[in-house]
Design a binder for this molecule. Structure first.
Ligand code: SAH
Ligand code: SF4
Length: 354
């Protein structure tokens, strides 16, 4: 199966053109058509010779990802449902300015990108894993989510988080390719410090990333500060228990840079004072900042978020131990559109195309 042209890398394209005897300036001309002018076909690249357009079309597909539904309105969180070329469905979320989100300035529009159709990791609280895993997205399908959302919303995206459906580090090669395109000046040109990849804790892949030259940020979904609590809600903790996971994080932090922890607060599960104290120890060991996220309820699952008082108490314990912890006020809760709770509501209705 040919990949679509929004997965093209400038240097590879230059090789492709060189082998065909085309002048080297064509490579930049073509990536400008794809990533800057964002045309939908090679035919629209009007300053290329016909013959070259045909050669490119033989090698790459035009992107075929259709927005089938948009939920939410411009000043709130918007959720976009996409149908892929093989009819599979994925979602992305556009989150407007939010001061507490990932420590960036408040005028940032963030997109939450999916990396797989479904997810194999089956965290007990998460909607994305409920139907299991279908397939990896290729790089073009990840990049295309940004392009389509910018087109459809008229907004310029300046922050990208891989916190949609799927486990990005289980799809490493495609992820690295996509982040390279999103980051490159010839691509979408979003600064690496504005790209965050979130993982449920795949220890070997965290080590692998430590050895790569990537510049994007890494967030770890911790959600439990002891094996007992984490293991109850995240099956991945059986394969990589905290000892193994945190050693991989030590390695990452020593080799590279700090990481951030995500910690969703679930009432009666991981929100005790004791968990807060244990979490503080882990955060201090890794000099990590913590994003506390009140749990968003998912239809069909019994979990709920703690009271605001409890959330604040949990945060205050972390702070008392010298740990920087933000408490997110969810945007988009109303339309079930927060990152990490994608697909469940949309998939059954997806045939009622709007
Ligand atoms: N698989 C990766 C990235 C996708 S999930 C990971 O697990 O990190 C992105 C984030 O959303 C994770 O921190 C995940 O735990 C969180 N999440 C999942 N379901 C949620 C829910 N119902 N409410 C709030 N956050 C949720
Ligand atoms: Fe998969 Fe992340 Fe959801 Fe866990 S939280 S099931 S790893 S998407």
């Amino acid at each position: 199966m040919k990949s679509s042209f929004t997965g093209i890398i400038l240097e590879e394209l230059a090789d492709f053109l060189e082998k065909r005897g085309a002048p080297s300036y064509r490579a930049k001309q073509i990536t400008d058509w794809i990533y800057k002018k964002r045309v939908g076909s090679f035919d629209a690249m009007t300053d290329l010779p016909n013959e070259l357009r045909a050669e490119l079309a033989a090698q790459f597909n035009a992107p075929k990802m259709e927005v089938v539904r948009v939920l939410g309105s411009k000043d709130t969180t918007q959720k976009f449902l996409f149908r892929l070329h093989d009819q599979n469905l994925i979602e992305s979320v556009l989150i407007p300015a939010s001061p507490a989100l990932y420590g960036h300035a408040s005028d940032r529009r963030t997109i939450c990108v999916s990396s797989q159709v479904g997810c194999a990791y089956g965290c007990k609280f998460c909607a994305s894993g409920l139907d299991g895993f279908t397939r990896n997205l290729d790089a073009a399908e990840m990049v295309q989510q940004l392009i389509e959302i910018e087109r459809k919303s008229g907004e310029k995206i300046d922050n990208v988080v891989f916190m949609g459906m799927g486990e990005p580090l289980a799809n490493m090669q495609n992820l690295l390719r996509a982040t390279r395109i999103i980051n490159a000046p010839w691509g979408l040109g979003i600064g690496a410090r504005h790209i965050t990849v979130s993982t449920s804790g795949l220890a070997p892949q965290i080590r692998e990333l430590a050895n790569e030259s990537t510049q994007f940020r890494l967030a770890l979904s911790l959600h439990g500060a002891t094996d007992e609590v984490r293991g109850k809600i995240m099956p991945v903790n059986r394969r990589y228990p905290l000892k193994v996971l945190l050693e991989a994080c030590d390695y990452y932090v020593a080799k590279k840079r700090r990481m951030t922890f995500e910690y969703i607060l679930i009432a009666g599960v991981n929100d005790t004072d004791e968990q807060a104290r244990e979490l503080a120890k882990i955060a201090r060991r890794l000099s990590a900042k913590i994003n506390l996220i009140p749990y968003n309820s998912v239809e069909g699952l019994e979990w709920s978020r703690p009271s605001r008082d409890r959330q604040e108490k949990f945060q205050s314990i972390l702070r008392k131990h010298g740990v920087i912890a933000t408490l997110r006020r969810e945007k988009g809760d109303d339309i079930a559109a927060a990152c990490g709770q994608l697909r469940l509501h949309s998939a059954p209705n997806a045939n009622h195309k709007t």
